[in-house]
Design a protein around this ligand. Structure first.
Ligand code: 5GP
Length: 130
């Protein structure tokens, strides 16, 4: 079954895109733990992160690192947390979350953002990408 992330990657559903290359796609999480919460996703639909082949997994981590470096510059925070959950969307992805406190990493407290805020965040993060 086509995942919601594949539909986003294919442009069938909208998103606030941060970056993409041949293999990977990064966009803002629609229900963020914190401002700037970003998802990094392989374009090839594989359910579980640890089912990716080693080379793809390594390249996804490198792609995520590049996004995390830009995110840290763009969003005031103590550090960028990285989480892998996958209980909601069966398409491997890495969560990058700007952290001020442990609770930002817990997927309990959510932040509501307007369309304008999402758009402006995405632009601010993109401007920090190398
Ligand atoms: P997980 O599968 O790691 O448990 O959670 C999936 C994440 O994807 C959640 O943080 C959720 O807010 C996010 N998400 C689910 N559907 C969409 C969507 O349609 N657009 C975006 N941008 N994020 C989504």
């Amino acid at each position: 079954m086509t995942s919601i992330f594949t539909k986003i990657i294919n442009g069938e559903l909208p998103c606030y895109k941060i970056a993409e290359n041949d293999e990977f796609f990064a966009f803002l999480d629609i229900n963020p733990n914190a401002k700037g919460h970003t998802l990094c996703v392989p374009k090839k639909q594989v359910d579980k992160l640890f089912d990716l082949d080693e080379a793809t997994y390594s390249r996804l981590m490198l792609f995520s690192r590049n996004i995390a470096v830009a995110l840290k510059k763009a969003v005031p925070c103590k550090r960028i947390g990285l989480s892998v959950i996958g209980l909601e969307v069966p398409h491997a992805h890495v969560h990058l979350i700007p952290l001020q406190a442990m609770e930002d990493a817990l997927f309990c407290k959510k932040v509501k953002l307007s369309k304008n805020e999402f758009e402006s965040l995405a632009e601010t993060i993109k401007a920090q990408l190398k």
